[in-house]
Design a protein around this ligand. Structure first.
Ligand SMILES: Cc1ncc(COP(=O)(O)O)c(C=O)c1O
Length: 421
């Protein structure tokens, strides 16, 4: 594995790189339910042009790149307004751009730990979360030394707030709510969880990595949206991913704090070395300007109306998918979610029982890609505008595949969500 001594011409390199992609999922054909979110040709166009402009820029030092300071300020400000920070007495909310949902969550957990230590003297911080909370919270707890209390979900897959109340205590630094959670796409009772956190003066982080760029527009579409944002008392931080349903290319999310005062708990400021004053807002050092600029450009290009339209399409796709699954004997949707995440499992009430992972393999042969989860074994879809125009074909292939795999099983029980290689 040695890099060749001699460099190669541009076209050859790019041809090789293009060839490497042969086995990657073909997300552009709409048959992948997750990972890539496609806002359409003009969204690609504006992102590609922004990416070219900011390919090399570095947000490590915004004195050198004041445009990136402005980009961050504006994108964070627009997102805060979408999350109704105007209704805050001490508002507006304050935040930073990060590289993605996981980094926003790392920042939220670190800030909670720091606030608990500094304001309440907590030396053995704890985090209370439901088993549906994203794995990133466990990663954060592991990295930052918080003890995790993981509580079960209710039958409807929402966090069991009574179970959370039973483990909350004076060491609790953070209580987590999801809007919505990833596995079944249902939203937790955010007001109840936020009140619980407030009862011990802990932070409440709302993980809206998935919902942050859906719920505000679902509300504008007149859909029923349960309270989840800064209008809820006790919510202290929110993560919202622009690189998911915000339709920007990968590498950008927002972490928002209810006040600028509490934002300081996630930052790192250091002067005690011989390299100069060092202040860092998140987990990174050098920070690519590219995803930040793409987020700015995509948000400007879409505007509220563009997002409302993409959300209308997305939710119609998901509604159609749920209805279609319900009409196929042998499979069912888990939970009562009405957003853009759909988990499909075998239906215990049906005459034929389906091995969901065999079904996943069969669907893959028709080009459809789902993540797998358990328990119970189910196939997960993050539906978006990417899937517009293909849901009828999907449901037809699904019905065929359910027939095909009925009575068969697979030994492959793997449920890969993320990998190390
Ligand atoms: C609810 C939720 N939170 C957090 C994350 C983590 O986001 P990322 O993969 O961008 O780090 C995800 C990813 O799907 C998610 O669905």
């Amino acid at each position: 594995m040695e890099l060749a001594a001699q460099g190669r011409p541009v076209d050859e390199v790019i041809a090789d790189l293009t060839a490497k992609r042969a086995d990657d999922v073909k997300w552009a054909d709409g048959k992948t339910f997750g990972m890539v979110y496609d806002g359409g040709p003009s969204v690609h166009e504006v992102a590609e042009q922004a990416a070219r402009l900011y390919l090399h820029e570095n947000a490590l030092n915004t004195q050198a790149f004041p445009s990136l300071a402005a980009i961050q300020r504006e994108v964070v400000g627009w997102t805060g307004a979408l999350l109704n920070d105007a209704e805050l007495s001490g508002g507006p909310a304050a935040g930073f751009l990060t590289s993605g949902g996981t980094e926003s969550i790392l920042c939220g957990v670190l800030a909670a730990r720091e606030r608990a230590a500094i304001e309440r003297g907590v030396t053995e911080p704890e985090i209370v979360l439901s088993e549906s909370a994203h794995a990133a919270f466990h990663k954060a707890a592991h990295n930052f030394g918080l003890k995790v209390h993981k509580t079960p979900v209710r039958d409807d897959f929402t966090a069991d707030v009574d179970a959370m109340a039973a483990v909350i205590n004076s060491n609790t630094a953070l209580v987590v709510a999801s809007a919505p959670q990833y596995p079944q796409g249902v939203q937790d009772d955010v007001p109840a969880i936020a009140a619980l956190a407030a009862s011990v003066d802990a932070n409440c982080h709302v993980d809206a990595c998935m919902g942050g760029f859906v719920l505000p527009f679902a509300e504008r579409l007149g859909r029923t949206v349960q309270p989840w944002d800064f209008r809820v008392d006790g919510v202290t931080t929110i993560s919202a991913d622009i690189h998911k349903l915000g339709y920007a290319p990968k590498g950008v999310s927002v972490i928002l704090h209810r006040t600028k005062e509490s934002r300081k708990y996630q930052t790192f400021v250091f002067g005690d070395w011989i390299g100069g004053f060092y202040a860092s807002p998140n987990m990174q050092g050098t920070r690519s300007g590219l995803p930040m600029a793409c987020a700015w450009a995509v948000m400007q290009h879409l505007g509220i109306d563009g997002y409302v339209e993409l959300t209308r399409q997305t939710l119609e796709n998901a509604d159609k998918m749920r209805a279609g699954i319900a009409a196929i004997d042998g499979v069912r949707v888990l939970g009562d979610g009405d957003l853009h995440l759909v988990a499909m499992a075998s239906d215990p009430a049906a005459e034929r029982q389906i091995d969901m992972f065999a079904l996943g393999d069969a669907l893959m042969k028709y080009g459809w890609y789902h993540d797998r989860q358990t328990p119970p074994d189910n196939l997960h879809s993050t539906v978006s505008n990417t899937n517009t125009g293909v849901i009828d074909d999907y449901l037809a292939d699904l019905a065929t595949c359910v027939d095909e795999v009925s009575g068969t099983t697979t030994d492959d029980r793997s449920t890969t969500y993320a990998t190390l290689e």
